[in-house]
Design a protein around this ligand. Structure first.
Ligand SMILES: *Cc1c(COP(=O)(O)O)cnc(C)c1O
Length: 219
């Protein structure tokens, strides 16, 4: 099926309050352009350099989301254009994003990544660590970042009950954290295999790759 058909198919299932991020990592610009021509304007990448190269080559009305692990020494390569950083895992990274955003006189929107999966390989902080960040004096001094939500990745498993439990946990963390930090509005959860479940559990932003662009080939 074509990229356009896939996109329309997914969009037809979304309610108005859910934003679709088209995850285009490893895919060529020609594929991204097909999605662009079908109306897609939000793209997600997980490597800063790859995102910067695609940003150079593509129309400038695209919103670029960094969805992967953020290496602090590479924040400078995306600070001039990135529109949302999903995977902030600690205060040090927020600090670096703030510093680089300031150089471009921008305020960069960020999500804190919360670890909901049972796998050790998945990144993220606990709800209580996020809560500490929101209550710290330092965060109010970072004028060039704005934390607008949280992000999570479920365990890679076929067990729907487990995934549902993890998504429900993220939604509950969101509700708790919003009491401390009312600016929170985004819950980024759900990928190709689990986005309908994520939406049922309260997701407001889904990150979908292979269901739009096809399987990725890492060779
Ligand atoms: C690759 C990736 C996705 C998209 O995965 P698909 O299963 O292809 O939809 C979503 N979120 C993150 C953080 C990713 O790295």
């Amino acid at each position: 099926m074509s990229i356009e058909t896939n996109l329309n198919n997914i969009k037809s299932k979304l309610t108005e309050n859910v934003t679709l991020v088209a995850v285009s990592k490893t895919k060529p610009v020609s594929d991204l352009m097909e999605a662009y021509e079908a109306g897609q304007r939000i793209f997600g990448e997980n490597k800063i350099q790859e995102m910067a190269e695609k940003h150079e080559q593509m129309p400038k009305d695209i919103q670029w989301h960094m969805i992967g692990h953020v290496q602090r020494n590479k924040v400078k390569y995306m600070a001039s254009f990135v529109s949302l950083i999903h995977g902030v895992e600690n205060f040090k990274t927020l600090h670096e994003i703030n510093k680089q955003a300031k150089k471009h006189d921008r305020v960069i929107d960020c999500l804190l990544q919360i670890k909901i999966a049972s796998e050790d390989s998945k990144f993220g902080m606990t709800e209580s660590e996020a809560s500490d960040i929101f209550q710290s004096k330092e965060i109010s001094e970072l004028k060039n970042i704005k934390v607008v939500g949280i992000m999570g990745m479920a365990t890679f498993t076929d067990n729907q009950e487990q995934i549902k439990m993890e998504f429900t946990q993220l939604k509950s963390s969101f509700n708790h954290l919003k009491n401390i930090h009312p600016e929170l509005k985004i819950i980024s959860m759900g990928m190709s295999g689990d986005y309908p479940l994520a939406i049922a559990c309260g997701s407001t932003m889904i990150r979908v790759g292979s269901s739009i662009f096809g399987e990725r080939n890492y060779n």
